[in-house]
Design a protein around this ligand. Structure first.
Ligand code: NOJ
Length: 539
């Protein structure tokens, strides 16, 4: 690889806008809040921000139900605020990625209002309408991700409409060319404004079986699983036709220079990689969520990295995600010590990393009292641990009231320990996880081997995960101890010495190592390898 694109070398930071920073005093984050903290992000060392939806919305699913694709919801600000944010970001060399939600609109979108008005409305076929199988019975067995049937009966016209998620999120009919061109125009609207790309919501859902066949029963379903897992979503997701739709979307992106298309896709690796498309005509980055669900065990993680690396198509660029607004926080899944090891893993693997806001200070799941639950998924399917509010709480900026996030009570509770765990405190504390993130991000910028180098696993036992990254003769050795017992690790063959660049404990910078490195429990280290003996290394 001679030159790399920004989306290959930069690190992406996901902002959940409701919870980043409130500047207009309503307890909900907004665009001016984001603009006010761009310097924080530059200083942290990320190169791109992805902002979850900021468009006009009744907020039935907190912005993933859009009623006007080309306007900013007043909760978040105005178009002028958006333009100012874009300019401020680009002035700082930060890229801006927006969320694109093509699978469904809000039921308040004028398109749906027209579509539901009568069977012969010109917009009828913009959504998916079907007759009852028999009076009072849904057209088939398809289930909603948010619980219950995916079909909602509309008395006015006597038909059902399909919604993969909330009843207030009717699915668009992507088989209709008019829908496709309208949505392409939405992309162009924002691309002309200079946005650097899109994260495309549930892209693998986009097209459904045109024969409306029943989904088969899932033999692996267990009591306590989300109810829609009762069926295998064979006819509702990952249909072969989706790849042509994505290639067409990609052609729109390619009308503009240097933009990126990222797909949200929860599929096993072998099906995920199909989203790079034939001859890489699909999304640039099909989000790789394999670490999000992974058992935190060295050998299983080593295996999933190997499988992913092996499955990538020629020229397909990898990417890694540890957390997002739909899944429990990494620090709660693996504990605060391993959250540091996870950070080192995320930022030293080959491929584009995405950091979820707040993970850089080790934010944990916040327990949500029943009366403060906001998530429609938790409200529809209560008590199964599906609630997403706990991972969406206000960012803890400082030890002041409401953690410096807002001046009034925020829309979701602030973590109880915010006085100790916050950005201001962690910036001051050299041993904080924030300082580790910042150091690792700086290291990626300094070391081409980390940004662009090859990945080579080194087999290990027990709790150790070992690999090297190499670029034009520079070699980096990564040692991650996923357990709590101390251990010792030999340098890889051909290396007699090295210099430790960073430890997850933040206390071993520039330590020289010869042949063997002592590793503490829960420690990860990054070592720059040398072919020389340690005595020959410069100080
Ligand atoms: C995926 C989004 O990440 C999630 O938050 C949302 O509820 C669904 N898509 C439906 O839009």
């Amino acid at each position: 690889m001679t030159s790399a694109c920004w989306w290959q070398t930069d690190v992406i930071y996901q902002i959940y806008p409701r919870s980043f920073l409130d500047r207009n005093g309503d307890g909900i984050g907004d665009l001016r809040g984001i603009a006010a903290r761009l310097d924080y992000l530059v200083d942290l060392g990320v190169g791109a921000i992805w902002i979850s939806p900021i468009f006009a919305s009744p907020m039935a699913d907190f912005g993933y139900d859009i009623s006007d694709y080309n306007s900013i919801d007043p909760l978040f600000g105005t178009m002028a605020d958006f333009d100012a944010l874009m300019k401020a970001a680009h002035d700082r060399d930060l890229k801006v990625i927006l969320d694109f939600v093509p699978n469904h609109t809000s039921d308040q979108h004028p398109w749906f209002q027209q579509s539901r008005a009568s069977r012969d409305n010109p917009r009828r076929d913009w959504y998916i309408w079907r007759n009852p199988a028999q009076p009072g019975v849904a057209p088939n067995n398809w289930l909603s991700e948010f619980g219950g049937s995916a079909w909602e009966f509309d008395g006015l016209t006597g038909q059902y409409y399909y919604h993969a998620f909330h009843t207030r999120q009717p699915d668009l009919n992507w088989r209709n060319p008019a829908v496709r061109s309208a949505m392409h125009e939405v992309l162009r609207f924002w691309l002309r404004k200079g946005v650097d790309g899109f994260r495309v919501d549930v892209i693998w859902h986009l097209v459904k079986d045109d024969q409306y066949r029943d989904n088969p029963i899932n033999p692996q379903f267990r009591l306590g699983d989300p109810p829609n897992r009762r069926l295998v979503p064979l006819y509702t997701t990952d249909r072969p036709e989706v790849h042509d739709l994505i290639a067409a979307m990609r052609r729109v992106i390619d009308e503009f220079d240097d933009r990126v298309l990222i797909g949200e896709i929860y599929l096993p690796i072998e099906r995920l990689i199909a989203y790079y498309g034939r001859d890489l005509s699909g999304v640039h980055l099909p989000f790789n969520f394999s670490l999000i669900g992974a058992r935190w065990q060295a050998q299983s993680i080593a295996k999933l990295i190997d499988e992913y690396e092996a499955a990538l198509p020629p020229g397909g660029w990898p990417n890694w995600v540890l957390g997002n607004h739909d899944r429990p926080r990494i620090a709660s899944r693996v504990g605060p010590d391993q959250a540091r090891v996870a950070a080192m893993l995320l930022l030293t693997l080959r491929g584009t990393p995405t950091i979820y806001y707040g993970d850089e200070i080790g934010m944990q799941q916040v327990p949500i009292p029943p009366e403060q639950i906001r998530d429609p998924l938790e409200k529809n399917v209560p008590g199964r641990g599906l609630g997403r509010d706990g991972a969406r709480t206000p960012l803890q900026w400082d030890g002041g009231k409401f953690a410096g996030f807002a001046t009034v009570a925020p829309w979701l509770p602030v973590a109880a320990n915010y006085a100790q765990q916050n950005i201001a405190e962690q910036i001051r504390n050299p041993g904080s996880i924030y300082r580790l993130y910042r150091r690792l991000l700086a290291l990626r910028r300094e070391q081409p081997a980390l940004r662009r180098g090859s990945y080579r696993p080194i087999s290990a036992n027990g709790d150790l995960l070992l690999y090297t990254r190499e670029f034009e003769g520079d070699r980096i050795f990564v040692v991650l101890n996923l357990g709590s017992e101390p251990t010792a690790v030999a340098l890889p063959a051909e290396s007699r010495a090295g210099r430790l660049l960073v430890s997850t404990f933040g206390d071993r910078d520039r330590e020289l190592v010869r042949e063997i490195i002592d590793i503490r429990g829960n420690e990860g280290v990054v070592v720059e390898l040398s072919k020389q003996a340690v005595d020959a290394l410069p100080d």
